[in-house]
Ligand binder design. Structure first.
Ligand code: BG6
Length: 509
């Protein structure tokens, strides 16, 4: 019997039936950086179906050989594995199963060619359409897939599914409209809206941590928890994405999707069973309990925004956001945002959730910190001069995946003196082996038809309905009013003030 839990797990893992992955946007950044390396790693782990193929679709004329070269190059650049990926047997065998169709997404003939390629390569199996294309093209491609008869399953084995990348809409109206277009051609069970945070190992572990243990859930409520802080800090700036980011900003880019997903997993009630809708129904309840972020009568928001100015990150001097290539010198796009959320539910009434995310912060780290209430009586107050720090439960989403608990201990010595200590669980040391990348998990789940880790249509809309009024409120404010923070510093005083009003502070990371 194997004693390695990872190997035991692997043996039980289901493998999808015959599948063709059709990637729209085959020459794009996402395909090269994430999708092709994820397929390669799945293949190395023998997780792909025995009958698996890829059809790349884009405007560039490159043919099968060109696409196979692009695949090998993407592995060399982005597959984080030892050796020379791209030249090994796994890569060679996978490359042989890659095909390419070029054309214009506006041209119905392209979809006929895709359909013919599918027939030729895998007429008996399922097809997964991946929209790795600019969001403006989603609706068009979905309509044309429908028109070409590619959205309908001819038999259970010949399933048809679609993966839609983020951003899903830019506000409530556009998200609703896109959902309507999608549902005109695909049933919800065929639709997989990606939020790559849900594929992260630690994020999935939140469910296990909460619902497979008897010890945490009893304290997971307003009686024991003082507040929750969720932080997603990045050191990178806008990079080469100004065209997208100028119209997005941190609230759309990170909060509407990733942070709302994290929040809902922390706040949800226990599902009756670990099924896709069991989990997603309870996440939805949590989302619906969040109170509006904009006060209707005064128009004030519980949201602080800011933009990075020039500064220093990791020893390098970096420009301010307004000086970045492609950014307007008068831009008011926020690169940092902090929010206070109130959930009106039996479990969370009176427990604020604070969220913050930003680019060009001093450290890359994503964590959920759950601060517990202090003990009812400070019985050591007289003997120990140091004040008692409240217990803290920290879920490190990345980069150092794990869970830590902070509690008070007695300092060794003849005096009764207290000090906080940490108890740490680290994925790397506990299990060894490497943790799959989010895109590996999510691609495999979509091939298996399991939507648990994907955003449902109502979640996306509920999230936008919280966020959109904030954008509306901001659009009426003065253009130049956005506060700034120095790149490499922890965000502006306004974010501290948001918590200070409640007598609380952000964690120092
Ligand atoms: C993406 C955002 O969805 O998530 C990026 O568009 C951001 O702006 C990225 O940098 C962060 O993802 P991760 O996995 O690095 O935390």
């Amino acid at each position: 019997m194997s004693s390695n839990p990872l190997q035991d797990g692997l043996r039980l893992e289901p493998t999808p039936g015959p599948t063709t992955l059709v990637i729209f946007g085959a020459s794009g950044d996402l395909t090269r950086r994430k999708l092709l390396p994820a397929l390669y790693k799945l293949s190395r782990g023998q997780r792909l179906p025995a009958r698996f193929s890829v059809i790349g679709v884009s405007r560039d004329a490159m043919g099968d050989d060109g696409f196979r070269t692009l695949f090998r190059e993407s592995l060399r650049e982005f597959a984080d594995v030892k050796g020379v990926p791209g030249e090994d047997a796994v890569a060679k065998s996978l490359a042989e199963r890659m095909h390419y169709v070029s054309g214009d997404f506006n041209d119905p003939a392209l979809f006929e060619r895709v359909s013919a390629a599918l027939q030729g390569i895998n007429s008996e199996g399922g097809a997964l359409f991946y929209l790795a294309i600019p969001p403006g093209a989603y609706a068009n491609v979905i309509e044309r897939l429908g028109a070409a008869g590619l959205s309908k399953a001819a038999s259970p084995e010949q399933w048809r599914r679609v993966i839609v990348e983020k951003p899903f809409g830019t506000d409530l109206d556009t998200a609703r409209e896109l959902n309507q277009i999608v549902h005109r051609h695909f049933d919800e069970a065929q639709v997989f809206r990606i939020d790559h945070y849900l594929g992260k190992e630690t994020v999935q572990n939140l469910l296990v941590f909460r619902f497979a243990n008897g010890m945490f859930e009893p304290i997971w409520n307003r009686r024991y928890i003082d507040h929750v802080q969720i932080t997603a800090a990045e050191t990178v700036g806008v990079e080469q994405r100004a065209r997208y980011y100028e119209g997005a900003g941190a609230l759309r880019d990170m909060v509407q999707n990733h942070l709302m997903q994290l929040l809902s997993l922390v706040a949800m009630e226990p599902p009756i069973a670990f099924t896709a809708d069991g989990v997603r129904d309870r996440k939805m309840d949590a989302l619906l309990s969040i109170q509006p972020l904009v006060d209707e009568s005064s128009g004030t928001t519980q949201v602080v925004r800011a933009q990075y100015a020039a500064g220093w990150v990791a020893g390098a001097e970096v420009p301010g956001y307004r000086e970045e290539p492609g950014v307007s010198p008068a831009s008011t796009t926020e690169t940092f945002v902090a929010l206070r959320m109130q959930l009106d539910s039996w479990r969370w009434a009176g427990v604020p959730f604070y969220l913050r995310t930003g680019k060009r912060l001093p450290k890359r780290t994503t964590e959920i910190a759950i601060q517990l209430r202090r003990p009812p009586l400070e019985i050591f107050k007289r003997v120990s001069p140091t004040s008692v720090a409240p217990n803290l439960l920290i879920i490190n989403v990345q980069p150092d995946e794990g869970i830590s608990v902070r509690f008070e201990a007695k300092l060794p010595g003849t005096r009764m003196q207290l000090a906080p200590v940490m108890m740490n669980f680290r994925y790397g040391t506990a299990f060894g082996g490497s943790v799959p990348e989010a895109y590996e998990t999510l691609l495999l789940d979509a091939m298996l038809g399991d939507p648990t880790l994907f955003a449902r249509h109502d979640f996306v809309e509920a999230s936008w309905s919280l966020i959109t009024p904030v954008h509306d409120a901001w659009s009426t404010e003065q253009a130049a009013a956005i506060p700034t923070y120095e790149a490499g510093e922890w965000a502006p005083a306004e974010a501290d003030a948001l918590m200070a009003r409640d007598g609380r502070r952000w964690r120092t990371l």
